[in-house]
Design a protein around this ligand. Structure first.
Ligand code: AMP
Length: 420
């Protein structure tokens, strides 16, 4: 016997019946985003490494430590996508989509890869559901994106979620802040973690999302970005807050929230779920007004978010989970000596009437057929015994009620609610 091969560490198989929950969540996303005018985009899982270096940023943990990067047979450096905003922006530039009616609204659903230490809610292959709005800089876009996100989460049955909101300012404000932060940290350089010491030169803002406790206590007294905002950045942020107020969206302003990617400008936000560890956000997003230009396109603003689908499903409200796993299947079974082939004939006729049917494919005793139907979560079992076969009738057993009635075959479709 050969040795068993396991799924790669940090990856997992999604199996039925759990996959029904994933399908239902994705369907809800498609419907909700569709209702805001979003269409699906599918970009490759594999990209030039350079794309992420230039957009997410070389000094971020994602690019510096977590990417699955390899050289292909021609020596090109490729990476499995660690996120998709960069890919969407690349596709936008590559296909000259600035000529399409703007803003462009797209969403994506799919696997992403980061070499992180696997733990609950953290995987090396994880899934994101994300949306991007490209080509509009106004605060209404930030507001609508957040409203859409909140609506999606409430469709899934989440209650009491609070959006954590902050602004990282525009280029000018960030530059001013970079200087302020440097002035504060430089004299204390020796007390910073080695990673943060390096970032002091390459990208001081990244020190703010350090996970090192020593860095944290140093940062307590650090100047805040809010103090360096120019008036445009401040007004934009106030307008976004005003819009959320008007629509009754609960949010809290978190001045330490900067998000671990370089491309963000102005609005950034996260949603944390209590069911997960404190550091585990289920959603992260923000505005990225310089990204398209950075990738060689026209200067065009954008905003979006990414939901961690694995984490979302870990903390999904029970009502949605149960509804997703409830089947509407009807089982059709022939009772020996009637051959199973008879059940298949009836099953196909019922499928013609749009009824979802689980046909019992083998000749089985009534008892074992009923047991199997029960385990499959079936509500009704349609039985064809010898007598029913002769009379042109069927017996329908309601597994929930434990009752059974016999009826002419012609009545079956309307009884089961088919062809609607
Ligand atoms: P980010 O692109 O880092 O803002 O991530 C967006 C969302 O993706 C996060 O809020 C998480 O919910 C999810 N996420 C990121 N990394 C992982 C991971 N390794 N495993 C599971 N979910 C993740």
């Amino acid at each position: 016997m050969g040795q068993r091969i396991q799924a790669v560490k940090g990856t997992r198989d999604l199996l039925p019946p759990e996959t029904a929950v994933w399908t239902a969540v994705e369907r809800a996303a498609r419907e909700t985003f569709g209702a805001y005018g979003y269409s699906e985009i599918r970009t490759p899982i594999l990209e030039d490494t350079e794309l992420f270096v230039r957009s997410v940023g070389e000094s971020t943990d994602i690019v510096g430590k977590e990417m699955y990067t390899f050289t292909d047979r021609k020596g090109r450096s490729l990476s499995l996508r660690p996120e998709s905003t960069a890919s969407v922006a690349r596709a936008f530039v590559q296909h000259g989509m600035h000529n399409a009616p703007l803003p462009l609204k797209v969403y994506y659903i799919g696997p992403h890869f980061r070499y992180e230490r696997p733990q609950k809610g953290r995987y090396r292959q994880f899934h994101q559901i994300g949306a991007e709005l490209l080509g509009d800089a106004g605060p209404q876009s930030d507001g609508e994106v957040i409203l859409m996100l909140v609506r999606f989460l409430s469709v899934l049955g989440f209650e009491g979620l609070v959006v954590q909101l902050n602004t990282v300012g525009d280029e000018e404000s960030r530059e001013a802040y970079r200087k302020g932060l440097l002035d504060y940290l430089e004299p204390q350089r020796g007390a910073l973690s080695p990673d943060s010491q390096r970032r002091l030169t390459s990208n001081p803002l990244r020190i703010l999302d350090s996970k090192d406790p020593a860095d944290h206590s140093l940062l307590e007294g650090a100047p805040q970005l809010r103090e360096f905002l120019n008036s445009e950045s401040r007004e934009h942020f106030e307008a976004v807050c005003g819009m959320l107020d008007r629509h009754g969206v609960a949010y809290s302003i978190e001045s330490r929230l900067v998000r671990g990617l370089d491309y963000y400008t102005r609005t950034v936000f996260e949603i944390i779920s209590e069911g997960l560890g404190a550091q585990d956000a289920i959603v992260g997003g923000g505005r990225y007004d310089g990204l398209i230009e950075e990738l060689g396109g026209q200067p065009l603003p954008g905003i979006g978010f990414a939901i961690g689908e694995d984490r979302l499903i870990d903390v999904l409200p029970n009502r949605f989970r149960e509804a997703a796993q409830t089947t509407s299947l009807v089982s059709v079974t022939a009772v020996p000596p009637v051959p199973a082939a008879e059940a298949l004939i009836l099953a196909e006729q019922l499928r013609d009437e749009n009824l979802p049917i689980l046909a019992e494919l083998a000749d089985r005793s009534l008892k074992s057929a009923l047991k199997r139907a029960h385990r499959a979560g079936v509500k009704w079992v349609v039985l064809i015994g010898e007598q029913e076969q002769e009379n042109g009738t069927v017996a329908v057993r309601d597994l929930e009620q434990g009752s059974q009635e016999t009826m002419p075959r012609e009545d079956l479709v309307s009884y089961l609610g088919g062809s609607r």
